[in-house]
Design a protein around this ligand. Structure first.
Ligand code: FAD
Length: 511
């Protein structure tokens, strides 16, 4: 203790809580503006779910889309968002659309940050949609560019959750985004990173947020902020009590966020000082293949198979964008199964993150295999005649190329993942199930983070229950409620919006 302050206490211009893509964008822009900035991360590793991600950033109308000659524009993105969400949240939508191109230009002005456009269709058929997609991704980052910072970046989900992948491989996707932002922020000389600082409380003076209280392995410390505190510490997907309180289906065991990270600490802390919340029952949903350890693997991009509910019937177009398939799954009778045949040698005809090991699943009973459909139906507890009817009807659709029930294969998103080279019929999304043995993989409702949270305005200021801003307090990413409401417009909206609102937050702090 020095001068009444404990070891670890400090004063900075800006405090950023969390270390995902939004947090590090906020830290980088603040530090690049000359503000003394500290990043506080609960775990020993930086990046959170953002490090696990594909790092698609839905940032429309930027120089990256222009370089790719896509014909994307802010106007087209505005038309698309208006068609999907209406004018609720219009001020935040406009702030997002206006700032996205500026932000990308600014980030790419730093030699550490480079993006490119990558095809991945927008998720909903509506005016302004880009069928090939408009999201941008960071270029891979060689490990040596990061030097000593490398050990701070959270491993990819395949490695973190199931020990797969090589630790020395170049940083790709979410790790590349985190690595690049971290590199750029630390090179400013104005950003400090403190890991193992779990922020649990907000300090206030005369109604203004002036700092935070954080638990560290060495005790509790207080850090004060001259300009503001940005909360970008994920949602509350990892906390079953908060999920139950707000009616969020699924469960902490099935979320794709890293274990023991996003448990709503900052939501609780902000609510305690009068912050308002909205959209609290929402999440960025996805189907999950249940894994032998009880967790879930994000499942998307089906190349074959079909999905049945507890009655043995299909209930949706299985090729739907994952958030929409997740919503269909939430509404379906449990249990749901992805039923497939041996066309791919017993492998799941879908992408799973982390990848699935068929032998482990079969041994654990999370997948079952049978020589006939009636036997498979018995294993998964659905009526045998219903499953047989479902498969026969589906195989009929595969022969004609038309899914009269759920229209699978009619949308560019459906076809994006289909195996068009080896399609047995006229519609590559409708692949018959006719090669025994048959398999069924248990599906659960997983998520990529909760989507409701603190109410914010167009400057990312946290709003109080009285409707006015809480001075000194800002939020971005899944700590805040998304202006996109109950729709997931396209790949990269969680991260793209987190980055933009984090940057707007620090810009407002400095005014
Ligand atoms: P996070 O990135 O999870 O960061 C929160 C951080 O805050 C964590 O490091 C956590 O430890 C820390 N924290 C929590 N509590 C505290 C506390 N009390 N004190 C200090 N620190 C704390 N989205 C996209 O937009 N594009 C994609 O391509 C994409 N692909 C995905 C792929 C996968 C496999 C997964 C799992 C998700 C994907 N998502 C994608 C979703 C996206 O990654 C998340 O929704 C988003 O990254 C959440 O960002 P965040 O900043 O809110 O939280």
């Amino acid at each position: 203790m020095r001068d009444g302050r404990r070891e670890g206490d400090a004063i900075h211009d800006v405090i950023v809580v969390g270390s995902g893509a939004g947090a590090l964008t906020g830290a980088l822009t603040a530090a690049a503006d000359g503000l003394d900035t500290v990043v506080l991360e609960r775990t020993a590793l930086l990046g959170g779910t953002s490090a696990y991600s594909g790092a698609a950033c839905w940032l429309p109308g930027t120089q990256v889309q222009q370089r790719a000659d896509l014909g994307d524009s802010t106007e087209a993105a505005r038309a698309y968002l208006r068609a999907l969400v209406g004018d609720a949240g219009a001020k935040r939508r406009e702030a997002f659309l206006r700032h996205a191109p500026e932000l990308v230009a600014r980030l790419e002005g730093d030699p550490a940050v480079e993006f490119e456009w990558r095809a991945f269709p927008d998720y909903v058929a509506a005016p302004g949609r880009m069928d090939a997609g408009r999201s941008v991704v960071p270029l891979d980052l060689p490990t040596d560019r990061l030097g000593d910072l490398l050990h701070l970046v959270r491993p990819a989900v395949d490695r973190d959750r199931s020990g797969q992948g090589h630790p020395d491989a170049p940083l790709t996707a979410g790790r590349a985004l985190i690595g690049r932002l971290l590199l750029a922020a630390t090179r400013t000389g104005n950003a400090t990173v403190r890991t193992e600082h779990r922020v649990t409380g907000l300090l206030t003076e005369d109604g203004r947020v002036t700092g935070v209280e954080a638990r560290t392995p060495h005790g509790t410390v207080t850090l004060r902020a001259r300009f503001g505190v940005l909360l970008a510490a994920g949602g509350f997907e990892g906390d079953d009590a908060l999920r139950a309180e707000h009616g969020v289906p699924g469960g902490a065991a099935w979320t794709m966020a890293p274990r023991a990270t996003n448990t709503g600490d900052l939501l609780r802390a902000a609510v305690r000082i009068g912050a308002a919340t909205e959209l609290m029952d929402e999440a960025w949903w996805c189907p999950g293949t249940q894994r032998p350890d009880g967790t879930a693997a994000f499942t998307l991009g089906l190349r074959g198979g079909l999905v049945v509910d507890g009655s043995g019937r299909r209930f949706a177009n299985e090729s739907l964008p994952y958030d929409r398939m997740g919503r269909a799954l939430a509404a379906a009778d449990a249990p749901a199964h992805l039923v497939f045949d041996s066309r791919e040698g017993g492998a799941l005809p879908a992408i799973t993150v982390p990848p699935a090991d068929a032998a482990e699943h079969l041994a654990a009973g999370t997948w079952v295999r049978a020589d006939s459909l009636p036997e498979l139906a018995r294993h998964i507890g659905v009526p045998a005649d219903a499953l047989a009817d479902t498969v026969a009807r589906f195989n009929g659709f595969a022969a004609t190329g038309t899914d009269a029930d759920h229209h699978r294969g009619e949308d560019p998103y459906d076809r994006f993942f289909a195996d068009t080279r080896d399609a047995p019929g006229p519609n590559p999304c409708l692949v018959p199930l006719d090669r025994p043995p048959y398999y069924a993989a248990r599906l659960v409702l997983a998520d990529l983070g909760t989507k409701g949270g603190l109410r914010t305005d167009a400057h990312a200021r946290v709003l109080g229950t009285d409707g006015g801003p809480v001075p000194g307090l800002y939020a971005a990413g899944n700590t805040s409620a998304s202006f996109t409401g109950r729709v997931y417009p396209g790949p990269g909206v969680p991260i793209g919006t987190a980055m933009v609102f984090a940057s707007l937050a620090v810009r407002h702090m400095a005014l």
